[in-house]
Design a protein around this ligand. Structure first.
Ligand SMILES: [Zn+2]
Length: 155
């Protein structure tokens, strides 16, 4: 999930394997707004969209997983799936943050990291805020888990 968020599984692109060579596999999650926009024509998906170039998606996954883990304590057979979602969400959050840094530093456009339709300063504020959340939340969660890998206090 970490790699997926950051760069996508780009190596599948040229292999032409059905499904695995599809855009969603080889593109980084933040850049999914490109194919999604070409399908849906929804204006909020125009690249770079605030929806995908943010901590929004991984944070929603993490909240869902924490909610699920809490619920699954009563009914433990789904617990490992919720934990898998939580770990995937942590990886995705860090990976997407890395992608945002990448976009900001190595952007192909002269204006740098700009959310479509936003001003430069609003985009920079958005970037800083989402890096704080996108890196801070996983950091706090991993610390709360005690770094044991199996998890303690969050379980
Ligand atoms: Zn991007």
């Amino acid at each position: 999930m970490l790699v997926w968020g950051a760069s996508g599984l780009f190596f599948f692109r040229r292999l032409h394997i059905p499904i695995l060579s599809d855009q969603f596999f080889y593109m980084a999650v933040p850049d999914w707004d490109i194919p999604l926009y070409s399908w849906t024509r929804l204006r909020f998906l125009l690249h770079r969209s605030a929806t995908f170039h943010s901590a929004l998606i991984p944070i929603v996954l993490l909240i869902a997983s924490l909610w699920g883990i809490r619920r699954a304590k009563l009914n433990s057979n789904s617990l490992r799936w919720w934990r898998w979602l939580r770990d995937g969400g942590i990886g995705l959050s860090v990976g997407m943050s890395a992608h945002l840094i990448w976009d900001a530093l190595l952007s192909s456009t002269k204006s740098g990291f700009v959310i479509y339709g936003w001003t430069h300063s609003a985009s920079q504020t958005w970037l800083a805020l989402n890096l704080l959340v996108g890196l801070g939340v996983p950091f706090v969660m991993v610390r709360a888990m005690g770094g044991s890998g199996t998890g303690n206090s969050l379980n």
